[in-house]
Design a protein around this ligand. Structure first.
Ligand SMILES: Cc1cc2nc3c(=O)[nH]c(=O)nc-3n(C[C@H](O)[C@H](O)[C@H](O)COP(=O)(O)O)c2cc1C
Length: 380
């Protein structure tokens, strides 16, 4: 398995291969908690949000919403407590980048959460993982306790007036709990069903209070943005999608792994055929699922010779996307469509709808044709 950066210096993956990479000692010796210190030494909350805006960081949970703008929506004058919640559900089949970051470099996430909390005026933050990631909770809790012992978490952090807790929480392992409002329900101990939006979590989130929900990789990008400055970090990527991005690669490539690439990497064909070593067993590229199994599948004809840039705009222009962005049905081959149809799609609708009518003969025949197409494609 390949772990590393291509086309840029590793930022998110900088420490992951060091011995004891998850220890506070290794994290600090390699630049860890310098960004938090810089923030507490004299940056205002608005300055922190300003740097994140300048960085053109877009949420890594799929929708690519500008993070600085999301942070700016949190009402500063609200008398209610504010919360930062890390979406570590990562339940999209085929994705494992967040797991890797948390497993190998948990302090990077803790530092990102603390900086976000400072910027948003929050004193309590939560890391929510899917049920299957329960083993990560132990690792992250260890990191939190190490950080607490070094006065980096808890009361009067680094001797300043900033106090903040980081809590961990796991769901029971439901795909839908990756959707941010279902996640918040689950965190509150309710059934993990999505809520109607608006109101958005920034205004009424956890316990009805202003809440920012961000993906793991979004938050782990924050320490580098603060250290380098937002503009310098943005320049690693494109004008609209700054920085670097971590991609999980699995399937029939010779070098699967966790790859960090500059945003807008040029291009997907080169990435698969050269960087990932090409297709294994002498076979040909048939299709790529770029953002987990619920995004649009890109057939090889959409990739080969098409110069698909690897960022939000590039993948949308090519007819797919970086990750899950909406609750609607997506085009899937028959088998995966069946898997998604029940119970996922009815869970994704935040209110009860009548069940769909049974398939008629035409639909059944169309379904069988699609299945035959799938099987033919798979046999090639
Ligand atoms: C059905 C569904 C599942 C989702 N699963 C995840 C997930 O596992 N991890 C994640 O970070 N975002 C997931 N999202 C996106 C979140 O709702 C939300 O947009 C994200 O946590 C925001 O963080 P970001 O701005 O840092 O991307 C999902 C969305 C939907 C509609």
């Amino acid at each position: 398995m390949f772990i590393g950066a291509i086309g840029c210096e590793p930022l998110q993956l900088k420490r992951v291969q060091l011995e004891n990479s998850r220890s506070l000692d290794v994290y600090r010796k390699n630049g860890g908690y310098e960004a938090l210190k810089k923030v507490l030494d004299g940056m205002s909350a608005d300055e922190v949000i300003g740097e994140v805006k300048k960085s053109a960081l877009r949420g890594r949970g799929g929708a690519g919403f500008p993070t600085g703008m999301k942070w700016g929506f949190v009402p500063k004058d609200s008398p209610k407590p504010k919360y930062v919640v890390c979406n570590a559900d990562e339940s999209e089949p085929g994705t494992f980048k967040d797991r890797y970051l948390m497993e190998r470099d948990p302090h990077m996430l803790v530092e990102g959460m603390l900086i976000a909390a400072y910027a948003l005026g929050s004193k309590a933050t939560y890391i929510y993982t899917r049920g299957e990631y329960r083993y990560l909770i132990e690792l992250i809790d260890e990191a939190i306790e190490e950080a607490r012992a070094a006065n980096l978490v808890g009361n009067k952090i680094l001797g300043t007036d900033f106090s903040c807790e980081v809590y961990t929480h796991t769901g029971a392992g439901a795909y839908i709990c990756g959707e941010e409002t279902a996640l918040l329900n689950s965190l509150e101990g309710l059934r993990g069903h999505p809520r109607m939006k608006p109101p958005f979590p920034a205004v009424a989130g956890l316990y009805g209070c202003p809440t920012v929900v961000n993906n793991v990789e979004t938050l782990t990008a924050v320490p580098d943005i603060i250290k380098m400055g937002g503009v310098a970090w943005q320049k690693l990527g494109t004008e609209k999608s700054g920085g670097t991005k971590v991609w999980s690669v699995s399937g029939h490539v010779k070098r699967p792994g966790v790859y960090e690439l500059p945003m807008g990497y040029d291009d997907m064909e080169k990435f698969i055929m050269e960087d990932c070593g090409g297709i294994s067993n002498g076979r040909q590229l048939k299709a790529v699922i770029p953002g987990g199994s619920s995004v649009y599948i890109m057939p090889a004809s959409d990739i080969v010779g098409k110069n698909v840039l690897m960022d939000y705009e590039g993948l949308v222009a090519a007819g797919s996307m970086v990750g899950r962005q909406h609750r609607g049905q997506v085009l899937l081959p028959a088998r995966r469509r069946r898997r998604m149809a029940h119970p996922v799609s009815d869970q994704e609708i935040p209110r009860r709808l009548p069940p769909p009518p049974p398939a008629d003969g035409g639909q059944r025949r169309a379904g069988q044709r699609r299945l035959a197409d799938d099987l033919e494609l798979r046999s090639k």
